[in-house]
Design a protein around this ligand. Structure first.
Ligand SMILES: *Cc1c(COP(=O)(O)O)cnc(C)c1O
Length: 385
């Protein structure tokens, strides 16, 4: 079955329900058990709200299937998926390797939560590839990848990193939020654990927060156990929204890709722009890895201007009509924020002090988006007000 068909049908068959397209939404903490005997049964599927409901089971199954994993757990946010996954595999005395280009809260979790628990983190150059072998210690348990990197979009050589990690007995995590399960298959590239901020493209409508950790069969028990210990659960209405978002993922992602490529190419030839970081551009330094490992690109990219950061750049951002100023991405709408990658680097050095911006290219008409950006550059040229 082709990807588009899988996205429409994955996880649809759930037990004990009449055959309808969408799973039922149960608002449930208490579930009434059939008899006293059932109290002693540990394998009841639907026994208490926190352990999930038919909508949860259907959605996580669909996600794992699309990402290529065995099964998944759902968390109240993408960040909770990251913390749950990390806590599942480490304990005091362990060491983890984390890409220097990770989502900034991932770094904070390592530094401010794992470190006091006795787990050390080494941040590594996202372009390291097989040379990651040099950074392994006896106690290295996890290699955390995020490809492309947050804000800076370095594409990682996940197959090369996975081969080394598996030789050393470590587990490979991939935060696959940028590509979504539609454009990248982390398990096929060697990942053992895939993390997804459902909040972004899978949800797709900027109206919910959720995360997912999918794993291979071999690693599932650890993650399910930690997820249960932490008491993570997601509300039924959010799961419903998330699975509704999932069903249109393919058409939305194809359009994000189409629009973002048009805008990225336009930005690339603008005199105000020093660099556009978007893996689908031939000028991207790891374009060939992206071409090998991904089947498309999402709507998120960044640029470096020839201008320094400051009032003129802020005035440009304030002048946008279609690009909202907002964190997050993955909804249908376009967004812009100024960024400062230098603040989130320790293993590598961000090589410019010029102004950085991150754009989410939404589902609006790309000509309208370009007109908005062009007006912004006119505002930039006027300088500080
Ligand atoms: C947004 C994001 C997250 C966190 O998701 P939330 O739902 O906002 O907690 C994790 N990883 C990446 C790459 C993200 O962009």
């Amino acid at each position: 079955m082709k990807e588009e068909s899988k996205i429409v049908t994955a996880g649809r068959k759930f037990e004990d329900d009449i055959e309808i397209v969408n799973p039922p939404v149960y608002h449930a903490s208490t579930v009434l058990l059939p008899n006293a005997q059932a109290i002693k049964q540990s394998d009841l599927k639907f026994s208490y709200g926190r352990r999930g409901s038919p909508a949860t089971f259907a959605f996580k199954k669909a996600l794992a299937e699309l990402e290529g994993g065995h099964d998944a757990v759902l968390t109240p946010s993408g960040l909770a998926a990251i913390s749950t996954a990390l806590l599942s595999f480490v304990s005091a005395g362990d060491h983890v390797l984390v890409t220097d280009s990770c989502y900034a809260p991932t770094r904070r979790f390592c530094n401010l939560a794992l470190k006091p628990l006795g787990v050390e983190t080494t941040f590594y150059d996202p372009k390291i590839g097989a040379r990651i072998a040099d950074l392994f210690q006896e106690n290295t348990r996890v290699v955390f990848c995020e490809s492309p990197g947050s804000q800076t979009f370095e594409v990682q050589d996940i197959p090369a990193i996975s081969t080394v990690a598996h030789e050393k007995g470590a587990v490979v995590f991939v935060d696959n939020t940028w590509a979504s399960p539609y454009f990248m298959k982390p398990f096929a590239l060697g990942a053992d654990v895939a993390i997804q901020a459902i909040t972004k493209y899978v949800g797709g409508h900027s109206d919910l927060l959720m995360g997912a950790v999918s794993t291979t069969e071999a690693h599932l028990d650890k993650v399910v156990q930690m997820h249960g210990l932490l008491g993570s659960s997601v509300g039924p209405d959010d799961v419903y929204l998330a699975q509704r978002g999932l069903r249109t993922l393919a058409v939305r992602m194809d359009r994000h890709y189409e629009n973002a490529l048009i805008v990225a190419k336009w930005l690339e030839q603008r005199p105000e722009v020093e660099r556009v970081s978007y893996p689908a551009l031939e000028s991207h330094p790891q374009h060939s890895i992206w071409r090998r490992d991904f089947s498309g690109a999402s709507g998120l990219l960044s640029i470096v201007l020839k201008h320094p950061p400051g009032e003129a750049v802020d005035a440009m951002v304030d002048s946008y009509k279609l690009f909202g100023i907002g964190f997050s991405f993955g909804g249908y709408e376009s967004l812009a924020i100024t960024i400062n990658p230098a603040a989130h680097r320790t293993a590598t050095k961000w090589d410019t002090s010029k102004a950085g911006l991150r754009y989410h290219i939404g589902l609006e008409d790309p000509d309208d988006l370009i007109a908005d950006l062009e007006n912004g550059f006119k505002r930039l040229a006027k300088g500080p007000s």
